[in-house]
Design a protein around this ligand. Sequence first.
Ligand code: ADP
Ligand code: MG
Length: 212
Amino acid sequence: MPVQEPEKTFDAGFFRRWLTTAAAAVEREADRLTALDSAIGDADHGSNMLRGFRAVTAVLERESPAAPGAVLVLAGRQLISTVGGASGPLYGTLLRRAGKALGDSPEVTPAELTEALRTGVAAVAQLGGAKAGDKTMLDALEPAVEALGASFAAAAEAADRGALATVPLQARKGRASYLGERSIGHQDPGATSAALLIAALAETAATGEVTE
Ligand code: ADP
Ligand code: MG
């Protein structure tokens, strides 16, 4: 191994591993996501995420896009077309817009990845009309992207903290907002699944470091 390593870049395989790691996390945590959604929503967030990420896994078994951007666009499109709930189009937009931002380069730098996710998160905010503090997935995604410049682990911690910080908030967007003040005291399901996706990203990055 050279003493002076070149800057680490991420190829299509990295993004495939991220998404399949995320799909495994969704399989493990689906019941918890549904339990959270049963408190302030309609008890389908776990099944929505399962349906979406099983479809993502399936399409990635059939197709192998050569570029990171194409992997994300393919996965995003799959989420949009398979998930009926609000989270499908929102996560689909996150991945699709991040993928488009990456273009067709075969390798992306950490800075390019951060910028692409920032673009995707901004697209989620625009589509859903929500902002940080509204008790949505953005409460995990926005701090995660901000921390990503520091490290993947910092991003995962920021996402976890952001999800936990939704507990005392009153929901202002999505189904939970219909509950008004009764949404206070519960963790937002979408912020929780967003933290899982960012944890999967950090796990994928950490695993790559060990095996390469
Ligand atoms: P649905 O609300 O249609 O049943 P899900 O249960 O799958 O869909 O997803 C609910 C999650 O989606 C919420 O916990 C919240 O994090 C997220 N969400 C809902 N509406 C919005 C929005 N307008 N902007 C951002 N996130 C949203
Ligand atoms: Mg729901």
